[in-house]
Design a protein around this ligand. Structure first.
Ligand code: GTP
Ligand code: MG
Length: 390
């Protein structure tokens, strides 16, 4: 009997020691985490468990101009990926934007510089703009302005026309809109960014890419996997986080309450004193009403813990009128503070930038220009117009 007690005593000491080591490990992984909410599943990625350095603040970070270098403290640890800084991105992606969108510019320049424009030619100009998804209103405005210029000026050489187009398009894109994305602490708490949109538009990809932009800016980021509709969705998001050493808060259970995962992510980010928490949501539910109800609830539940600073609507630029209708529903039901226009690399329908901004009164803040991890850029009106008119 005594032997048994002795055995049990030794076993419990060993077990306690093991537990202490485990707790130590987890604490170590999540760095500055203090008193996390119960049942929060934190996924720093194979991450820090495999010796990958903790989020950038934990490593020696150097801004090298083009990108941020994370210096490893232990020679044997694998390196985290080095995302492009926002500064370098658009320059790199400009050619891609031009490749898909300057067909509009080329067609317009050819038509307008032809001279002696009759009604049929103006109709062609109008059709070109409509095909580029500029929308009826903006198309009419632009054509009216161009007609006046041609009438008054009489000049139609390519360079003059290019100048007109550049000025008029820039005015339509509206450079005065505030396109900054919430990414820094607000009043002593992390900024909260909710990412919404219908399925397949590129939400998860955008959250992953945006996390990279923020990490490159030396921000501490937490991801929230509030798409609990499919188990694979959280894995997909976590993989993005792992590459740059960012924690993902998720649920193991398919069909878990997305609002509570979002709440936990916001709470965890606050406890960890992070700069920003990015929350990915589902795009597919049984029906549109179900999705809108769910997203409304996610937002309300987060707001019990923290204001939501940014609601980014992810819109696939190739979906035209259908996409516009989706945008209107999202804007009406949950409110939108910014638009991310994805897949602009694969379409000559860049006019949707103007159309969607006008309809919703909300700026396009980011554009997706490819499937690569750094193919997301801040939306720059002048660069955008230049890519179109050449
Ligand atoms: N060419 C291109 N493809 C993109 C871009 N952004 C996303 N994609 C692709 O679009 C597909 C869907 O992206 P996801 O991020 O999974 O879309 P989602 O909105 O999260 O989809 P659900 O989770 O099903 O609602 C993926 O194959 C992405 O690689 C982009 O800017 N350009
Ligand atoms: Mg997704």
């Amino acid at each position: 009997m005594n032997d048994l007690w002795e055995y049990l005593a030794v076993a419990s000491v060993v077990a306690l020691a093991g537990l202490a080591v485990l707790v130590g490990l987890v604490r170590g992984r999540i760095g500055r985490t203090k008193g996390l909410p119960p049942d929060t599943d934190l996924r720093p990625g194979q991450g820090r468990g495999d010796g990958i350095p903790a989020a950038p603040r934990g490593a020696d970070v150097q801004d090298t101009g083009g990108f941020v270098a994370v210096q490893e403290r232990e020679p044997s640890t694998p390196t985290l990926q080095r995302p492009d800084s926002a500064r370098g991105r658009l320059a790199r992606l400009r050619a891609r934007l031009a490749r898909s969108n300057n067909a509009i510019g080329v067609a317009l320049l050819a038509l307008l510089s032809r001279g002696g424009l009759d009604d049929a030619a103006w109709e062609e100009v109008e059709d070109t703009l409509l095909q580029a998804d500029l929308g009826v209103e903006a198309t009419e405005e632009l054509v009216a302005s161009l007609r006046t210029r041609v009438r008054v000026d009489g000049e139609t050489d390519v360079e003059t026309v290019r100048g007109w187009l550049r000025t008029d398009l820039l005015k339509l894109v509206d450079p005065s809109m505030d396109r900054r994305v919430a990414g820094a602490r607000v009043g002593g708490r992390p900024a909260v960014v909710l990412v919404v949109g219908v399925n397949g538009t590129g939400k998860t990809t955008t959250v992953g890419k945006l996390a990279r932009v923020l990490v490159a800016e030396n921000k501490d980021v937490v991801l929230g996997a509030a798409d609990t509709f499919r188990a694979a969705a959280a894995d997909q998001l976590q993989t993005w986080g792992e590459r740059v050493g960012v924690v993902t808060v998720r649920s193991e259970r398919e069909g878990a309450d997305p609002a509570s995962v979002a709440f936990d992510a916001v709470a965890a980010a606050a406890e960890m004193e992070c700069d920003v928490v990015l929350i990915d949501t589902a795009g597919r539910l049984h029906n549109k009403v179900g999705l809108m109800d769910e997203l409304g609830k996610v937002k309300r539940v987060i707001e019990k813990r923290s204001p939501v600073d940014e609601v980014l609507l992810v819109l696939d630029a190739t979906t035209g009128q259908n996409g516009m209708r989706q945008a209107e529903v999202f804007a009406e039901v949950i409110g939108i503070t910014g638009i991310v226009l994805t897949k602009l690399d694969g379409t000559a329908k860049g006019g949707i930038v103007v159309n969607v901004q006008r309809k919703l009164g909300v700026p396009v803040k980011l554009i997706g220009l490819g499937e690569g991890p750094d193919d997301l850029a801040p939306f720059d009106p002048a660069a955008f117009v230049d890519a179109i008119v050449g």
